[in-house]
Design a protein around this ligand. Structure first.
Ligand SMILES: [Zn+2]
Length: 206
């Protein structure tokens, strides 16, 4: 039976916060599901209450730079500024700052990966792209995910409507259907730090 072999899903949301983030938080709350939000510093400034809410509702906040640049085009100092200014902004709101980092456009090379490590941050990519950044149909987003499911899944979606992703209605609509499918198929929802612990075996699964 499926239950004999635990299956895990870490949902991640990039480019926020935005007005759509509240809808996503409402859905996650309804199903009691934790997620990880990679936020953009310049957007954080506009939605302080959403950052507080993400933290209060036990989700994890990661750093997605201040301005969403391709970090492989930056000097080491510029990269530090992008990461540090975002961490400072988040710390002002929720007291602690992230140690997870997601590079915009998944653009990263050996040099930037080494620099990110030196800054004390852990780079996080994904193993399933929902493609919600260009798909306009909630059904297509759902299909991109379920066709690619494995035992351990780290899924990228977008709650932010800036940086090329456009309005996020299709993400919000597809999310409920995706969550229902994953619950029905006995997937356990975890955060990115818990995903990283999978190698050491996760004890809890709610
Ligand atoms: Zn992004």
């Amino acid at each position: 039976m499926d239950r004999a072999l635990p299956k895990y899903v870490a949902l991640t949301f990039d480019d926020g916060p935005s007005a759509y983030t509240a809808y996503i938080l409402d859905i996650l709350k309804r199903y009691n599901i934790p997620a990880t939000f990679f936020v953009v510093g310049s957007e954080v400034k506009k939605f302080l209450n959403l950052i507080r809410r993400i933290d209060t509702e036990k989700h994890v906040i990661g750093n997605h730079t201040w301005n969403h640049p391709d970090i492989t085009t930056l000097s080491q100092n510029e990269l530090w500024e992008e990461i540090n200014s975002t961490n400072i902004q988040i710390r002002k709101i929720i007291v602690h700052s992230p140690n997870l980092f997601r590079p915009p456009y998944s653009s990263i090379n050996d040099k930037t990966a080494a620099d990110i490590g030196k800054f004390g941050m852990t780079s996080v990519l994904w193993n399933i792209d929902s493609q919600d950044w260009h798909e306009k149909s909630p059904f297509a987003i759902h299909q991109h995910i379920i066709k690619n499911l494995k035992n351990n899944n780290l899924i990228i979606m977008h709650d932010g409507d800036q940086y090329g992703s456009g309005p996020r209605d299709q993400t919000v609509t597809s999310l409920i259907k995706i969550i229902k499918y994953l619950i029905k198929n006995n997937y356990c929802f975890i955060t990115v730090p818990e995903f990283h612990q999978l190698a050491y075996k996760i004890e809890k699964c709610s």
